[in-house]
Design a protein around this ligand. Structure first.
Ligand SMILES: [Zn+2]
Length: 67
């Protein structure tokens, strides 16, 4: 669901593998779980995207379950 306000599509996250802060772009209609590779160390993140009605949130974790 898209509101009237601007939808945030640019996020800065900390890579759970290499610790670098990386900017990620997510299409405005992306929601749920996806896998994306870190631009710095190329390890795969598990990315969780959700919308609480006001803000868009993003959470990144390791796919190997060690982080
Ligand atoms: Zn990384």
């Amino acid at each position: 669901m898209l509101g009237n306000g601007p939808t945030q599509d640019q996020f800065t996250i900390l890579c759970p593998y290499c610790g670098e802060s990386v900017e990620v772009y997510l299409e405005p209609d992306v929601e749920g779980n996806l896998v994306q590779d870190c631009e710095v160390c190329c390890n795969p993140w598990e990315v969780n995207v959700w919308d609480d009605g006001e803000d868009r949130h993003i959470e990144v974790s390791r796919t190997d379950g060690l982080g």
